[in-house]
Design a protein around this ligand. Sequence first.
Ligand code: F3S
Length: 118
Amino acid sequence: MPHVVTGRCVDCRYTYCVVECPVSCFWEGAKPRMLVIDPGTCIDCEACVPACPINAIWPDHELPPEYADWTAKNADLFAAGKNVTEGQDPLDSAKLIEEIQAEEKAKGWNIKEPSKAS
Ligand code: F3S
């Protein structure tokens, strides 16, 4: 039951998750601009969840229905990406969690934040 990076990460890519990951399971592709998790390497340690300032990562058993398709997307996208093992500057387009939550509310979504979020 791996952890899953969701669409919240797209165009943000803070990479604080990478710094906490003990098994280097984060991968970056060109499109969309984000990181994803290799589900075969993730050990479910949960260290990445509170590290993300926009709560973009959930354990798959807590994944909100609105982000359910990201389990398959992580599995697909990581294979074409490059392994990222060091933190980088966030993208210029990175948003605050309040902005993301407002966008989700505008879509009628009522997202429950990850239980291990900081
Ligand atoms: Fe993305 Fe959050 Fe990591 S924005 S790159 S999941 S710290």
